[in-house]
Write a protein that binds this ligand. Structure first.
Ligand code: MN
Length: 258
């Protein structure tokens, strides 16, 4: 039997499960909030064109408006100044949109400390148990933050000192960008960087490092708890927005069961 025939059968029998890692996209979807001197991203909005009425008697359809970086989305290299000569979201080779994932669970640490930062040593400890991060694959960083994704306030978790959400240390971000073999970082939070990363040196080290290295980001993922530490295959499907810096994306995981 061909590989794809076997795969199709495994989908039918449930031997391969499809786990949706995508947050629902609506006007309620939390968005990042930048300091007031900067331009702000749009919330997702639907504009009804017709709904089986005078405007279109047999059909229902909408226009929509959204930021490229709204909800579960893909960061392309040209999103950051460090990657400005890199790929736009339409230029990402399609074979890179299907890739294996390592899932690192630090939800217990993030529950204790919302500013928890992943370090290189945490990844090396994980690799000692599970093997190396997948070459050409994703590091998916589980923090439990998906449980907050129905509330703008809880998701962004800001106080007088700014947002408090887990992320990577500058050293870890640099290592992931420059030394590791992964193509990108996937997170459950509103962006790949920690909430406090505006104060890091360099600021926003995940964005600066990953984009500058031609790597990618995936944000606001959910259901990572349903994935094994190794072995899941990720399908990340951003829209091919010509010259775009990112796109809301459907992100699916294929997981072999039993
Ligand atoms: Mn983004």
């Amino acid at each position: 039997m061909s590989i794809l025939s076997s795969f199709a059968e495994a989908l039918t029998t449930g031997r391969v499960e499809v786990v949706d890692l995508t947050a629902p996209l609506s006007s309620e979807t939390p968005v990042i909030q930048l300091p007031p001197q900067f331009a702000q991203t749009a919330r997702f909005e639907l504009e009804e064109l017709s709904r089986y009425d005078d405007r279109g008697p047999a059909w229902y359809w909408n226009n929509f408006r959204t930021g490229e970086h709204t909800g579960t989305h893909f960061d392309a290299p040209n999103h950051w100044v460090t990657g400005q000569d890199g790929e736009d979201v339409a230029s990402v080779p399609p074979q890179r949109l299907i890739a294996p994932a390592a899932v690192l669970d630090f939800s217990a640490q993030a529950a204790e400390d919302p500013d928890f930062l992943l370090e290189v040593e945490h990844i090396q400890d994980w690799e000692a148990t599970h093997g190396p991060l997948p070459e050409g694959g994703w590091l998916l960083y589980r923090t439990g933050w998906d449980a907050r994704s129905t509330s703008q306030q809880e998701f962004v978790n800001a106080d007088d000192t700014g947002p408090h959400t887990p992320g990577l240390s500058p050293a870890c971000a640099r290592w992931l960008a420059e030394k590791s073999t992964v193509i990108g970082l996937g997170v459950e939070t509103v962006g790949t960087d920690a909430g406090a990363a505006h104060s890091f040196d360099p600021p926003f080290p995940c964005h600066a490092g990953l984009m500058g290295s031609g790597k990618y980001g995936l944000t606001q993922l959910q259901n990572l708890a349903q994935l094994p530490p190794t072995g899941a295959l990720i399908v990340a499907a951003p829209l091919p927005i010509v010259s775009g810096s990112g796109s809301p994306s459907r992100v699916l995981a294929l997981v072999e069961r039993g």
